[in-house]
Write a new protein. Sequence first.
Lengths: 292, 90
Amino acid sequence: MLNTNVYQVAGHRFAVTAEDGLLQKMDQQYGPFLVKDDNTDGLVFWLEMVENEDFPSVEGVTKELMQDEDAGIKILTGSMGQQSYYEFWLRDRCEGRMLTDADRKKALLVDPNQTLFALNNAIMLMFAMATARLDTALFHSSVVEHQGRAYMFLGKSGTGKSTHSQLWIKYIPETQLVNDDNPVVRVNGDGTATVYGSPWSGKTPCYRNVSYPIGGIVKLRQAPENRIRRLRGVEAYVEMIPNISGERRDKTQADGIHATENALVMNVPIWFLDCLPDEEAARLCYETISKK
Amino acid sequence: MKQNEGFVLREVCGEYVIVGEGLNTIDFGKLLSFNETAAWLWEEAGRQGDFTVDSLTEALCREYDVTAEVAHADVADIIDRWQQSGIITI
């Protein structure tokens, strides 16, 4: 039977309509974000799962590669009139197809294998697009919390973001993981920034519905020795760009992401850490950035 | 000459930087800072669409109090840097 669940992530509500079985399958990740009252007012988007035969035929769409991150994940995109079309590929297989309406508030998704791969990527994409103009950004980052403040670790895939979080948890007392892959950041009216846990956390099952003020953002790079320095202005801005999701070729979204990122550069200390995967890296990082 | 699609001028903390925001600019991780004159010229080049050293020199002389000779040299220099960075096509 079809059912609709409403979820709230970083204060933004969205709805997913799907078969009960699939909604149950989502529960481990999305359960902590489920809204009990089922109120569908003020949703940032609504995603509906459909069967293959109920998906509109897609013709004359020129597909372009939008994202090619890690582990063979690809997202292809194209325009069909006012609508936007997306394909979610894992290695050499198309795992799902999505069609959105012109303002990207409603989307239809086909996920024939029901692996949650396409569904997770579709929801993340819709979330990033819908909230870009709302002082919100979906990050690619591993985040820890220490004494009420969150510290975000950024870097290319394989740099060791998760490893660095684990080093903090092991060697810095009172530290815990907030999210290991896709946290959400919001810039508040007073310029301060808050990071939120989300239903997406990469390979680590850490789906916590929590939020903390951001104490610092650290860009990591593997190096033969540990060294940390502060980034300012455009340098900080440019280092953060590859770690924020969203479709920057859409001008209103790009403007929204820019505004969020600019506010972060002005209000949050941002650092560059050359590091080894060792205890000293975690201690150097902690001692430098938690003093600010 | 034309600006390549997807390169956008952004103001960050009062400084100007070119950011790749198109599908074809994903790997543009470079930090390309502009001073105020270069930023103004980039926007003017965008307004003109199809621009030349002469058309930008002329525009620069109308906007700023500068001799044609100096303006021409500055514009040629800036366009050279744009070309080397891959953000325009000759």
